[in-house]
Design a protein around this ligand. Sequence first.
Ligand code: CA
Length: 342
Amino acid sequence: MPSDSRIVAEVDFTRDGRQHGFLRLFHSVHSSAYGFIPVPVVVLRNGDGPTALLVAGNHGDEYEGQVALANLARRLDPARMRGRVIILPALNLPAAVAGRRTSPIDDGNLNRSFPGDPNGTPTQQLAYYVEHELVPMANLVCDLHSGGSSLMYLPTAQLPGYRPDELGARGLAALAAFGAETAYVVAANQGGDQTLTGACLRQGVLSVATEAGGAGHLTAGALRMVERGVNNLLVHLGVLQEADRIAPPQPTRLLEVGGPDYYVYASDNGVFEPLAEPGETVMAGQPAARLHFPETPWAEPVLLSFQRKGVVLCKRMPGRSMRGDCLFHLGTEIGPGGPYSG
Ligand code: CA
């Protein structure tokens, strides 16, 4: 398991009980010659058993997972569990502290930095450590995302990187166990190899994720969904007992997200007027947005439309938009008997 990562963990991942400390990500700068970036880590272990790796703050401006995992790190009692839970609530710490998607130190987007580089920038070194040291310890990885500053998601659980194999089947079972009101599947051929999900696929480790909410803020409902889901994943994995399961209020509605026609992008620079909201079902050809041009008010707004029928999963939040910005993406209903019916 030892890789050539330069990161040093202050915790012993093999020790029983509760430990907390930091991953020391060394970063020599003008103001701190021998200093390190302290990435917080909590390890809870009670004997042999499965290992869950729970991660948030992969993107620093996505808060539901950060708060849920901080709460879990204090609440979870090693005596009432079996196996091991490794919790990293603020994985890309400089980005989390700054409340930004990317790290202000190296502009690194951690979830586009895998498989990483042991000798690269701090963000690349972190990606390398996660993929080569943490993921191989895990039986299940849960990477808690939301829409960040620019997008608002219908609170969902998601299974990215789906392949119709044994790992994919276990992923669908874990997604169902999470118990979100809405969940969606993205096939592996839709990309994502630079993400933590890609790292898990390369290491053959089961992973599930969320897109919990977003818009650069925290909502109580999305936080509850994440806390319930993570708890239920720990039950599913056998770390917690069946009696610990929190029953979801309804069965999960399963959607899938496919190719470019699931997305609506800004065709021009302008002010984005949304004509649909997350959770709404829209039809092919239905108007999605108007782009307005206050600088040239004599120019007619541009009307953009959805290219297919589906459920609106996320919406861009900032009004001012540039050509190429993602304004919406959809998910489509999955019928029984399809590739995801298990
Ligand atoms: Ca994200």
